[in-house]
Design a protein around this ligand. Structure first.
Ligand code: DC
Length: 211
């Protein structure tokens, strides 16, 4: 069984995907990490992020075992990922890995921007997670504050709006709601409430949201 979770930055989709995978005993892939790792490696090799040849070569040689890097989780890595993710050949190079991952037994949860539309169009359940840009910015801002990082709320909000526009506006596999996706708006939901709502959606769709 495949569960596809898509949505914009800081919508809570990553936490939700992890919680659902734990609950169901499924494999979990945060596909954003693949794009983040490509961007990291392009920069490490000394190339510009929009260098087509370097980005494609890096994506083709990416070792998905090397995603456990704390630096990949930051905002800068996310912004950089969003730039290499515009390149069609980069996306194509990462597609087979994602599809192979999704086919594992007993099931998988993948989260990203194009899982329900491109990577796993036949997923059993598709959930598109949203939240208002302001609430997403507040969540990110709170994370930065907790880590003692001095960033202005306005900067965080502007960054989120710019990232949404880049991810939704690109010609190749843009962030989009699949026609058969279920919408989950987490604007007024805690992580716990979002998880319960997602389990409810899955239950309604396939009838058995647990092991
Ligand atoms: O989910 P995230 O914030 O870690 O993703 C970082 C960037 O990677 C995102 O802004 C766009 C890109 N991305 C993508 O294009 N397709 C995916 N399936 C996942 C991420």
């Amino acid at each position: 069984m495949i569960i596809a979770i898509d949505g914009p930055a800081a919508s809570g989709k990553g936490t939700l995907a992890k919680r659902l995978a734990e609950h169901l005993g499924f494999h979990c892939l945060d596909t954003g990490l693949l794009y983040r790792a490509v961007a990291r490696d392009v920069a490490r090799r000394g190339f510009r992020l929009d260098d087509l040849w370097a980005a494609v070569a890096t994506a083709r040689s990416l070792d998905p075992a090397e995603l456990e890097d704390a630096d990949l989780r930051g905002t800068a890595a996310g912004d950089a990922a969003s730039i290499v993710a515009r390149i069609a050949e980069v996306r194509a190079a990462l597609l087979a890995y994602q599809r192979d991952f999704s086919r594992q037994e007993p099931g998988s949860v993948l989260d990203g921007r194009d899982i329900g539309t491109v990577v796993c169009p036949d997923a059993d359940v598709k959930i598109f997670v949203t939240a208002s840009p302001e609430v997403r910015a507040k969540r990110r801002f709170a994370e930065f504050e907790a880590r003692g990082m001095g960033v202005a709320y306005e900067t965080v909000l502007a960054d989120i709006i710019a990232r949404d526009a880049r991810d939704a506006g690109r010609p190749n596999a843009p962030m989009a709601v699949a026609p058969d996706a279920l919408l989950l708006d987490t604007t007024n939901l805690s992580i716990e409430a979002a998880f319960d709502a997602a389990v409810g959606l899955i239950k309604r769709k396939i009838g058995h949201p647990g092991r």
